[in-house]
Design a protein around this ligand. Structure first.
Ligand SMILES: C[C@@](CO)(OP(=O)(O)O)[C@H](O)COP(=O)(O)OP(=O)(O)OC[C@H]1O[C@@H](n2ccc(N)nc2=O)[C@H](O)[C@@H]1O
Ligand SMILES: Nc1ncnc2c1ncn2[C@@H]1O[C@H](COP(=O)(O)OP(=O)(O)O)[C@@H](O)[C@H]1O
Length: 277
């Protein structure tokens, strides 16, 4: 049994306030890529995790791995032999760990025939949105979600410069924590150009603080200057460039990868993605 763990992209990310426990209130338009990790599971007596794949060296293999944390969230966890095939960069603003945790919750729910446990937000603010990887508007601390059918499939290039950025550090550096939300009613965006034009009127409030920590983000945005719009996702450092066609995105990805062989560069189409595989 396996589950895909697609990369999440925050097309917009407005920080609108802060709760008394220090967590920030967000208003974000989120879509998912067709690139990601894969979690597989086989029945077994003990609960074990093996991490494979080109990005496997960057994530913990012990109990702190979010896949094992997800398994522990079940009321009566049993055994399973889990394999995480890691293709997404870690600490990259595209929710790799959260998407792995969500994939593990879906997978173990099937394997153990148990409901997906409540309270997945405790594993990470992004986990609830990754449980049902659709285009959605996310508010609160990630726990208030509403699917929105306003976007066409978006040909996109994702670029990460290989510099991990710790999410808590980025939030800590925010100077203004109460910013305006997105409009109450989001517009219907019928083509990639309209989507890019509208997203350009919105913000990622974490971009400034993230760029202060990882100046490489400036170089990534410059490399994406041929896109209709280039922005950072989440707390960085991954940036997305939006293109009119997949052919243009494929070509841009090839050129950027050739110029910067040390960077992680992927052409993708942002859309809703079916969770099961
Ligand atoms: C910023 C976002 C936007 O989608 O994405 P990433 O950059 O992580 O991909 C998320 O809100 C991140 O979600 P996630 O990475 O799951 O965060 P968590 O593990 O819950 O929190 C890590 C730390 O970030 C800060 N944090 C996180 C979420 C939030 N709404 N307010 C916060 O202040 C807190 O300091 C927290 O201790
Ligand atoms: N399965 C996992 N994949 C990625 N990171 C993980 C995983 N499990 C735990 N982590 C830890 O979570 C931190 C945040 O990783 P990640 O979810 O990739 O960040 P982001 O949401 O910014 O993309 C990493 O520094 C890593 O140590």
């Amino acid at each position: 049994m396996s589950e895909h763990a697609p990369a999440k992209v925050n097309l917009t990310l407005h920080v609108t306030g802060r709760r008394s426990d220090g967590y920030h209130l967000l208003d974000s338009l989120v879509a998912f890529a067709d690139v990601g990790d894969t979690v597989t599971a086989e029945p077994a007596d003990a609960l074990t995790l093996e991490v494979t794949g080109p990005m496997g060296a960057d994530v913990p293999t012990g109990p702190e791995n979010l896949v094992l944390a997800a398994a522990r969230l079940f009321d009566a966890p049993r055994g399973a032999r889990l394999i995480l095939d890691k293709h997404l960069p870690a600490a990259a603003g595209i929710g790799g760990g959260s998407s792995d945790a969500a994939a593990a919750l879906r997978l173990l729910s099937r394997l153990w025939d148990l409901p997906v446990p409540e309270g997945s937000v405790a594993l990470g603010a992004d986990v609830p949105m990754c449980l049902d990887p659709r285009v959605q508007r996310v508010r609160g601390v990630g726990d208030e979600r509403r699917p929105v059918d306003i976007l066409p499939p978006l040909p996109t290039v994702l670029v990460n410069p290989g510099v991990p950025v710790a999410t808590p550090e980025v939030f800590k550096r925010l100077t203004v924590r109460e910013n305006p939300p997105m409009p109450t009613d989001l517009p219907l965006l019928s083509c990639p150009a309209d989507a890019a034009d509208w997203i350009a009127t919105q913000r990622n409030d974490l971009a400034g603080p993230a760029r202060a920590i990882a100046p490489e983000i400036g170089a990534v945005l410059a490399a994406l200057s041929g896109a209709r719009l280039a922005r950072m996702s989440g707390s960085g450092a991954t940036c997305f460039g939006l293109y009119d066609t997949r052919a243009e995105a494929d070509q841009a990805a090839e050129e950027i990868a050739r110029a910067e062989p040390g960077w992680w560069v992927r052409a993708t189409t942002l859309a809703a993605h079916a969770p099961s595989s």
